[in-house]
Design a protein around this ligand. Sequence first.
Ligand code: GDP
Ligand code: MG
Length: 179
Amino acid sequence: MDSSDEESDQEYLFKVVIIGDSAVGKSNLLTRYAKNEFNMHSKSTIGVEFQTQTMEIDGKEVKAQIWDTAGQERFRAVTSAYYRGAVGALVVYDISRSTTFESVTRWLEELKTHSDTTVARMLVGNKCDLNNIRAVSIEDGKNLAEKEGLFFMETSALDSTNVKTAFEMVIREIYNNVG
Ligand code: GDP
Ligand code: MG
């Protein structure tokens, strides 16, 4: 077998976690990305869940196993098992609630504590469809992301704005990090 065959046989499976305060839209971002579904009255259930999504990069099949806290964050009990092995993270706040933006620093610290490798990180300002009741400016989001060295994007799980782009940017960055 020559080296090009070996390369095409290689499997890529990346663990990505979604973190952020309760009700910022983490679960809906994941269902929008993985199933193109949105739930206006989603109820958080206890326990860890993930969805696997595949994309193609450089002609290779890259799989992302994307984990959702499934409500653990409410009890400030996101376990270390949740973070274990994660190579990518979406840190989500709600642009209509500034307290969720203020929590971002704490989530980044928690992520740092629990991760032992380079983690591709994106700051996500979700619910950008709620521009009329915006409480966090795009500028504030950008500045924080720049300061902490994260990618930044505003999304809407409701109207699909940037959802695919955000996940795929993180997955691409992970691929670049390992490649
Ligand atoms: P989680 O607790 O972070 O997982 O948040 P959920 O995904 O359960 O969403 C919490 C609430 O926000 C639900 O009522 C969702 O319908 C709503 N929601 C989630 N994403 C958006 C969004 O992009 N725009 C709007 N307007 N509402 C959203
Ligand atoms: Mg949830």
